[in-house]
Write a protein that binds this ligand. Sequence first.
Ligand SMILES: Cc1cc2nc3c(=O)[nH]c(=O)nc-3n(C[C@H](O)[C@H](O)[C@H](O)COP(=O)(O)OP(=O)(O)OC[C@H]3O[C@@H](n4cnc5c(N)ncnc54)[C@H](O)[C@@H]3O)c2cc1C
Ligand SMILES: Cc1cc2nc3c(=O)[nH]c(=O)nc-3n(C[C@H](O)[C@H](O)[C@H](O)COP(=O)(O)O)c2cc1C
Length: 767
Amino acid sequence: MKIACVGGGPAGLYFAISMKLRDPAHEIEIFERNAPGVTFGWGVVFSDLTVDNITRNDPVSAEVITREFAHWDDIDVHFRGETITSGGHGFIGIGRKRLLEILQNRARELGVVLHFDAECDPADPKWRDYDLVIASDGINSRFRDSQPEAFGTDVDVRGNRFVWLGTSKVFDAFTFAFEETEHGWLWAHAYRFAPDCSTFIVECSEQTWHEFGFDRMSQDEGIAACEKLFAKYLDGHRLQSNASHLVGSAAWLNFRRIKCERWSSGNVILLGDAAHTAHFSIGSGTKLALEDAIKLADVLNRKGLSLEAALNEYQAERSLEVLKLQNSARNSTEWFETLERYTHFEPLQFAYSLLTRSQRISHENLRLRDREWLETVERWFWKRATEGRSNKSAPPMFAPLKLREMEVENRVTVSPMAMYSAVEGTPNDFHFVHYGERAIGGAGLLFTEMTCVSPEGRISPGCTGMWNADHVTAWKRIVDFVHANSKAKICLQLGHSGGKGSTKLGWEGNDVPLDDGNWPVMAASDVPWSPANQVPAPMNRADMDKVRDEFVTAVRMGIEAGFDMIELHAAHGYLLSGFITPLQNKRTDDYGGSLENRLRYPLEVFAAMRAAWPSDRPMSVRISATDWAGEDGITPEEAVTIGEAFAREGADLIDVSAGQTWGGQQPVYGRMFQTPFSDRIRNEGRLATMAVGNIYEPDHANSILAAGRADLVALARPHLVDPFWTLRAAAQLDYRDVAVPPQYLNGMSQLARNLKREAEMAAALRV
Ligand SMILES: Cc1cc2nc3c(=O)[nH]c(=O)nc-3n(C[C@H](O)[C@H](O)[C@H](O)COP(=O)(O)OP(=O)(O)OC[C@H]3O[C@@H](n4cnc5c(N)ncnc54)[C@H](O)[C@@H]3O)c2cc1C
Ligand SMILES: Cc1cc2nc3c(=O)[nH]c(=O)nc-3n(C[C@H](O)[C@H](O)[C@H](O)COP(=O)(O)O)c2cc1C
């Protein structure tokens, strides 16, 4: 094949090498706009896995590259005058210029023709003479941008500014240095990539960048300002730029996240940064470029594979890998963009939060990297959780939490889950076993299902209620069992279904109206949940008074039944949530319009409940932190305001759920997918929060808690099939101080032994 590679970066060079290795008959030319030896950037980091891949692909160039690698293990986080060092991270790096030199030499050796000072224009007719044109022309690819429709290009320009500098100061560890100035925070990502040289990337928010005056400085002035700011880390060494083609403030870039729906069009194929980018803070761009190149060369040389099939396979496989990295990169990018959310953390927790920011590194991962450091974090966590009573090194999920005078034994909670099994609102033996079993299963806190304050406030005929004496008796039996047989605390979730009421049992169809026997429903406005549901009657003031008083009566009954805590359900599109979301609330009175107005009634209900509930016992409120409707609905930013408003009325915990507030929601699912909302409310609003939503492993729970993203973690579906989730987690983590029912002690120690043996065998096999 006759092939042109536009761009002689890692992608273009390594593709040319990989093609020639597979078939020396290919005629390959590389066109690079720069002169030889001229390039942007300084060092790049790799992982061991990338090294394995390039060694398998071309042992010759890999041998030269690995010989020149700089290795380092530690990460140093400098924050508020402290240096937090954690080890075991295992980085390898090389200068970008040197990497390109090695690849250029190897390409020449294999017969690739290299043209330098060769600016390429996609409109040039000469590209038609090639079988394939590889657009390896980087993040600002002209070839990609000349046909945005054909490639389905999506560009996301991120908020922070960064400048890629170098220095002769040699950093022994991968260094993050954070400095607070009167204009906000600036920080450096620095690492050694040669015996005498380090990369030094300076980053800050757009606002800080302007206020600091970088937009008005020449490149030299900007560098001088950075040298002054980071002087204590540079030990007299200078910072340098090699972006001489960029004038003044232009050297400071906003990262551009590129995604393309299609990676080829006609004879043009996108490769490396031209096809996709991953934020520099996870250091994977070069790895992706090299691995793209290997895969593309593989499929193009596979006998019997048509060009179309080859390109399909190239994109299908590589885009999966890219998606994973781009997701991690997005988390990491957002962490740095919202840095000021975490600057009130103590340095140790700040460093933990930084290390786990992309969600690729978890609590147990950190233990494998540096056990001693992780144990320091755990001791710190326990010390804070127990107000100094204990500083043991143990998983954060088992640390207690005090809310008012209630102390929960550990931080795992059974999230509220409707069982649709009550008759006339009365819980029965099913509920007794269901809640009893989950209490002895080890969770620190149990939430009841949404328990309705009136018959009309039920979602379905099977919902539990709290409006008559039978309900109190039945709930008291459950609460008494929980208290007598476990250390768990139990919280009564109270709610009213509003416009989502009068529907079938959960397993008969979600939100589907009853076949017969429907009762009239009311809501903030006459907006039906779906065309199939009733049009609710908009509530007048008398309705509002009545429902508020029903909530208060239910609270009083909750006291009689002995509950430890009350939660107001103001999420998921039910009555109070329907007031909060603009997608359901169309009122024009004092209870509609602005967020302040829409919150007025839910807050009134909450305040009335709080006044009736003992002041030494805590209350929480469940909210939907987003309507998953963009700016048309509740946004995560507004969720902070909502959390703060309830906290002012005496809420001790915000239970941060999301969505289910309208039919057209577009949720983005994934592991721990709602935790970012909890993180935001907790750390911007400085409120205690509970995270929920696809948290299913002990490692998730520990990572969330230690990183300060929530104070409690709630698991719903995992508890449906495994009431003993917490005890199993304790056995898995070899944590002995958990409350095990004495009747089950034997089983617990056997499980712990077996899991330990299995883990040892797995570790031995890995070695
Ligand atoms: C601040 C920063 C730090 C980074 N740190 C790391 C890191 O630690 N580890 C890592 O793996 N990655 C890192 N990256 C990303 C990495 O630089 C890129 O992902 C990688 O270079 C992609 O390789 P590429 O060959 O696709 O593109 P590039 O390396 O950008 O190469 C494209 C080449 O095409 C040439 N070119 C462009 N247009 C034309 C044209 N019209 N005609 C002729 N030639 C053209 C350019 O001159 C360039 O040489 C970082 C990026 C930034 C911005
Ligand atoms: C069967 C079932 C019933 C639920 N009922 C309620 C409920 O009554 N009140 C509530 O606030 N959330 C309810 N939820 C939502 C859960 O509390 C939780 O927020 C959601 O399932 C996400 O957590 P998970 O991924 O751990 O399941 C219910 C979830 C399930 C699966």
